[in-house]
Write a protein that binds this ligand. Sequence first.
Ligand code: F0G
Length: 460
Amino acid sequence: MKSRSAWAEPYKIKMVELLQMTTPAHRKKVIAEAGYNTFLLRSKDVYIDLLTDSGTSAMSDVQWAGMMRGDEAYAGSENFYHLEKTVQEIYGYKYLVPTHQGRGAEHLLSTILIKKGDIIPGNMYFTTTRLHQELAGGQFRDVIIDEAHDPDSDHPFKGNVDLAKLEALIRKHGPEKIPYVCIATTVNMAGGQPISLANLKEVRELTSRHGIRIIHDMTRVAENAYFIQQREPGYRRKSIARIVREICDLTDGATMSAKKDALVNIGGFLALNDWDTFEEARNLVVVYEGLHTYGGLAGRDMEAMAIGIRESVNQHHMHARVGQVEYLGHNLQAAGIPVVRPIGSHGVFLNASAFLPHLSQDAFPAQTLAAELYRDAGIRTMERGIVSAGRDPKTGAHRYPKLELVRLTIPRRVYTQAHMDVIAESVMRVYDRRHRIKGLRMVYEPKYLRFFQARFEPLG
Ligand code: F0G
């Protein structure tokens, strides 16, 4: 195991938020009331919250100071210009449209670029991204390498695109049916896995030949850049900022959920290099989000984001961020717990199919495991399996993803190494009694993004 000093937090704590301690009887009651869906728990009933790394990070004192410099003018806020300049400098995109969060940007982009019957290839789906593509009349196609669907593959870049799959799609449908290829850094649903620069360059070469755009889901681009620095030949001496820029420069535009990498509690944007698409987006944002110089955000939110973007590419920050996630992941691996390998950047993903092999996918193993983990010690995690995958819009049947996972997502700069130990112990306790765990059945299913609000009851 690595020594503690290998990734000690590059900050000290100025203010603390007290945690809620709960009893087993209370947890048993409230998870039943929540329909065995961790999204429906109240946060006051949660001890350690690993639901998501989205909007849950701790801001720095510099970001909080920036909040006080919020220019809350309706139009032309100074904070917008600071954010625009930062996006241009760090990411290199020319034009910026702020949005309230990532899916606001996905909505604008999908509405503008996708026509009915279009095909959108991507390195694995993300829930909101795919839904916006479908609502705009398009169909998502997965072109990620097969290794990404195998939790036991140690491939260092499981976010890579399988070029043969992409080329076959282009040949079958024609480039005019493909408005863009969606490239995520890192790939959330695969377990926080990175794409390599070598692969991205090949995707660029192929798409350029056919005049197809690359739209970058840059939600965790700095984390992806860190993995490139650590794993890809030739990048060890390059800064995270430089690698981030190299990734962005290979793409034509981006949607960003700043609630992750950029260390803010709310915010996002659409960034573009081509003027015409930007013009349309700047026009449309007024309809759905707000004026083009605030896009649903307060001035202070844009200021915190501008500062957070710079902090996100700091080497010490990223070393500690990924180091903490790896610390938890390696402890679980050492205890024989089935986890997705290699350990990703934003969380540890338990392989629920291997954890609960006696449950079929129809008994929702990952949903079941997330509920059990909550019951054990008040640790809240998230299902990323059949419930998240939803139904095929054409046939109405469940989609059966190969990955049936529970995500232990680590917020940035929030929990300590001792918390990681408590989490690992809880997972081990549940693992020890795994044979006694029964599955769930779904008793309420919403139409869109069902995982957020679905309700379950215990089987048997
Ligand atoms: N793309 C990726 C890769 C994401 O992980 C998310 C959000 C989005 C887009 C949408 O951004 O939430 O700001 O609207 N992921 C969160 C999560 C919700 O928990 O993984 P958003």
